[in-house]
Design a protein around this ligand. Structure first.
Ligand code: 3PG
Length: 311
């Protein structure tokens, strides 16, 4: 009987693995496409506050239409839900805009190398702000993460301080986003897809006034005309693509977060960065020195050691 039970369990285990595999592959592919179009747009139209706002606006619109047409069921939310979501949205907004500002100043690969150091921020915030302690191997894994990122940063040919700080701020903000979201998603009254949709809507409300204050319609209008003159009408499609793919990759990542542990999620996220780093270096012909690549490899290896040590 035991072996029959084992046998009957097998397909569902395999189906679960397949489902997670599909989620991961989709998440990485969508993310690579987002990063490429986002950088193409930023190269021609260097207004990261507007492109960040458009990504959130596009996602919010897609979800409002899906709810109105009943393509997706609208979530039942109360004031308490939005109150708990607020700090998550603040952190999401800061992390998003900081990463986009970073990518407007440096190569996509450099931003993502620095962003692969996110686990180090997670440990330091948990240790010094939340008083959480970890086993010694977890702290040791921070040595290659921090060392690798530092080596990659000092040997980066096109280093830029705003680009570097943007990626660092994004890391810090996303650590807080993850800490707050864990609390917010507890009880699971709203599933991953709708949770991310609400997050987009709230972040859009938070970001819009800041984007107008920092850049503003006058600069956008001039920049838009220049980009259209330089690229042609297909520039509009690049903007649409970066916005749609931003929403889709985040939606899939939140949907997979529903199914897997935060640890598996962070391993998936690191592997995602490898695909983004490699594909953006190829597509944008980013110059890389061997010592620079070594720094990136050490940092990424460190994040794997970190996930092993946390296990
Ligand atoms: C953004 O614009 O929000 C960043 O590119 C996000 O980075 P991540 O989702 O890869 O951490």
């Amino acid at each position: 009987i035991g072996s029959n039970v084992e046998k009957s369990k097998q397909p569902s285990e395999a189906a679960k693995k397949l489902k997670i595999g599909i989620y991961f592959a989709t998440w990485w592919a969508l993310n690579v496409i987002f990063n490429i179009y986002n950088k193409k747009v930023l190269n021609a139209f260097p207004f990261p506050w507007l492109t960040s706002t458009l990504s959130l606006a596009c996602g919010s619109l897609m979800m409002l239409i899906s709810w109105a047409t009943r393509l997706a069921e609208a979530p039942k939310t109360d004031f308490e839900f939005w109150k708990t979501l607020f700090p998550v949205a603040v952190a999401h907004t800061i992390g998003h805009v900081a990463a986009t500002v970073s990518m407007s100043k440096v190569a996509v690969s450099f931003t993502h190398i620095i962003k692969s150091g996110e686990p180090a921020f997670s440990v330091l915030v948990s240790r010094f702000l939340l008083g959480e302690t970890f086993p010694v191997p977890v702290y040791l894994s921070l040595v290659p993460i921090i060392g690798g990122c530092a080596l990659a940063a000092v040997t980066e040919l096109n280093f830029n301080m705003i680009g570097f700080m943007g990626a660092m701020i994004s890391n810090l903000a996303f650590v807080f986003r993850n800490i707050f979201s864990k609390k917010g998603m507890k009880g699971k009254s709203v599933g991953g897809m709708n949770y991310y949709a609400c997050l987009s809507l709230l972040s859009l409300l938070i970001l819009t006034p800041f984007a107008i204050a920092v850049e503003g319609p006058q600069m956008w209008a001039v920049g838009w005309q220049n980009a259209l003159a330089q690229i042609g009408p297909q520039f509009i499609w690049w903007v649409v693509a970066q916005s749609v793919f931003y929403h889709l990759y985040n939606q899939v990542s939140y949907m997979s977060l529903d199914e897997i542990s935060p640890l598996t999620f962070s391993i998936g996220n690191t592997m995602k960065r490898i695909s983004v780093i490699v594909s953006s270096i190829i597509i944008f012909h980013t110059p890389v020195q061997p010592i620079n690549a070594l720094g990136a490899a050490i940092a990424i290896l460190g994040t794997f050691l970190y996930s092993q040590a946390k296990q």
